[in-house]
Design a protein around this ligand. Structure first.
Ligand SMILES: NC(=O)c1ccc[n+]([C@@H]2O[C@H](COP(=O)([O-])OP(=O)(O)OC[C@H]3O[C@@H](n4cnc5c(N)ncnc54)[C@H](OP(=O)(O)O)[C@@H]3O)[C@@H](O)[C@H]2O)c1
Length: 304
């Protein structure tokens, strides 16, 4: 039977490439994005990559938590198994924007939406065990800080100035990805569902900085040129980055690994602060509160 994989952010960059590879391997690839036209294109590619394997596009804006809930309901109604969830959608913003709930956009899209989606889908993943959760983080998580969590939620620098720094907000959200992964793996121990996170390399040619400043875009454009000639060192090709995601999703070599941080295919050490259990728990409790879930998740079934 074909594996069912839900991959968020499948309409561009790393996710788009990974969707096609997974489909070519015979998986039923369900993927999300906001861009309907890109969704249509990727769906065609996914279906032609392996004519027998079905695929589905779900249009969801992750800044809208009700839409994330609806996605989880739809997936659970449409599929009685889910072998892997790849939380890959991500954004980087140059201007401070907030969701309806008043949460800074980067933190909402990159951390809270996958936190919510994952916890709503854990019951289906548990029923399908062995199953896997993979979170796309970044080596930039090392620059993040969640010691003033409320400032991060509001999108303000921790120095009290009230200023917004898009790169800091991005790094904070990627640190949240790693803390979430480790805490989730602990809470899922013994269920047959693993949780790992991955830095896919630095791939300047994706669409990640499309909402960033002119300087970030110009710098990234120059880096993309270098990377296209020589994807070495920290640089990675889109294919190489997608390979890392696919490896963690399907390889037997990592079937029993959980709570780990990978730099592409290699296990690596995350930032020291990831070992701070109190911080992990505090982030978990506050994230649950912000998305309207009980802090006891993933125990129980919030959709039951
Ligand atoms: N590129 C790098 O160098 C790099 C390095 C380390 C980590 N990463 C991580 O890799 C992941 C993929 O990024 P990428 O480089 O492939 O960037 P990308 O080309 O911009 O792809 C991002 C994906 O996320 C989706 N997305 C963005 N905002 C969204 C929102 N509000 N709601 C729902 N979906 C949204 C996009 O879909 P739509 O455009 O259709 O909405 C797209 O499919 C991200 O988590 C990123 O943080 C990237």
């Amino acid at each position: 039977m074909s594996e069912v994989v839900l991959l968020t952010g499948g309409t561009s960059g790393i996710g788009r490439e990974a969707a096609e590879i997974l489909a070519a391997q015979g998986a039923i690839v369900l993927f999300t994005g906001r861009d309907r036209e890109a969704g249509r294109e990727v769906l065609l590619a996914v279906r032609s990559a392996h004519p027998e394997s079905a695929g589905e596009f779900y249009r969801v804006d992750f800044a809208d938590f009700e839409a994330v809930r609806e996605l989880a309901r739809e997936i659970r109604a449409d599929y009685d198994r889910l072998d892997a969830l790849v939380n890959n959608a991500g954004t980087s913003q140059s201007q401070r924007r907030t969701t309806e709930e008043g949460v800074e956009f980067t933190f909402a899209v990159n951390h809270l939406a996958p936190f919510l989606l994952t916890n709503l889908l854990v019951p289906r993943l548990r029923e399908s065990a062995p199953a896997r959760i993979i979170n796309t983080t970044s080596a930039l998580h090392e620059n993040g800080s969640l010691s003033d969590l409320e400032a991060v939620v509001r999108g303000e620098e921790a120095d009290g100035s009230g200023a917004f720094d898009g790169l800091d907000a991005y790094a904070d959200s990627k640190l949240a990805n790693v803390l979430f992964t480790v805490e989730l793996a602990e809470r899922l121990a013994g269920t047959g569902v693993t949780a790992n996170c991955v830095h896919p390399g630095w791939i300047p040619q994706t669409g990640l900085v499309r909402n960033s400043t002119g300087f970030a875009r110009a710098f990234t454009g120059a880096a993309a040129l270098v990377a296209s000639v020589a994807p070495v060192g920290p640089f990675e090709s889109v294919e190489g980055a997608a390979d890392a995601l696919v490896y963690l999703t399907t390889s037997d070599e990592v079937a029993d690994v959980s709570g780990a941080y990978f730099d592409r295919r290699e296990r690596a050490s995350p930032a020291k602060v990831v070992g701070d259990e109190e911080l992990r728990r505090r982030l978990w409790r506050r994230s649950a509160e912000l998305v309207g879930l009980p802090a006891s998740v993933p125990e129980g079934d919030p959709l039951a």
